[in-house]
Write a protein that binds this ligand. Structure first.
Ligand SMILES: C[S@@+](CC[C@H](N)C(=O)[O-])C[C@H]1O[C@@H](n2cnc3c(N)ncnc32)[C@H](O)[C@@H]1O
Length: 207
């Protein structure tokens, strides 16, 4: 178990719609993910598939030279661009597109990919979370396979609390972090970076 400092959900008045304010990655978790991936390797470029209003991309862009976010909701892409301005970030590009579009993925140059498909609009209500890799929106399996084929083998996925090593084993071995906020696992982050001999899980407690 690791204990980390829990900051504000967002340190600025970010642009969001009602749903994205719930499904967005809290800024302090995004910062933790960025630190963790940079502990693996000094990645210079990153793409986030399903970037929503840009929460994770903005934190990535503070530490990584070139960042791209892709989302199919045009309003969220506009909000993500405004949020990047709010945070005075100019090394992130937000693209309106479908993350299952192989032509789009072929055009992306990135050392690491973060996958953040939808899996619930009620993040704190575990009973609403999907429980397999084909049930996310879009399918995590499809996103993962296309990313490996066209972009990079180094992949991180934000997944529901219902996912375990058994759920993710078809994609490969990974390190799973259970993100604990207010005493409960609200979601997990799975790191498929480099070769791992087995799957492991660890609690990351934000307090
Ligand atoms: C869980 S949210 C992502 C949260 C975000 N990564 C963050 O850091 O806050 C899921 C996003 O997936 C987008 N989405 C769903 N289907 C998509 C598709 N086929 N292509 C691109 N984006 C898609 C939705 O518009 C939504 O914004």
């Amino acid at each position: 178990m690791k204990t980390k400092k829990r900051g504000k959900r967002f340190s600025k008045e970010v642009y969001t719609d009602e749903q994205s304010s719930f499904i967005s990655n809290p800024e302090y978790v995004a910062q933790h993910i960025v630190e963790t991936i940079l502990d693996y390797k000094d990645f210079k470029s990153a793409v986030e598939l399903c970037s929503c209003v840009g929460s994770t991309c903005i934190q990535l862009a503070k530490k990584i030279d070139k960042v791209i976010g892709i989302d199919s909701n045009p309003d969220r892409v506009s909000m993500a661009r405004k949020n990047a301005e709010l945070y005075e970030i100019d090394n992130v590009q937000f693209i309106h597109g479908d993350v299952l579009d192989s032509d789009l993925l072929k055009s992306i140059d990135a050392d690491i990919a973060l996958l953040d498909p939808g899996w619930s609009t009620r993040v704190m209500d575990r009973s609403s979370h999907v429980s397999d890799i084909d049930a996310t929106q879009p399918s995590l399996r499809d996103m993962f396979n296309l990313t490996k084929q066209y972009v990079t083998n180094d992949i991180v996925a934000r997944v529901p609390a219902t996912f375990t090593c058994a759920t993710l084993k078809e994609l490969g071995n990974c390190k799973i972090e259970n993100i604990v906020i207010d005493g409960m696992v609200v979601f997990k982050v799975a790191y498929f970076i480099g070769d791992m001999e087995e799957c492991s899980e660890e609690d990351i407690v934000f307090e």
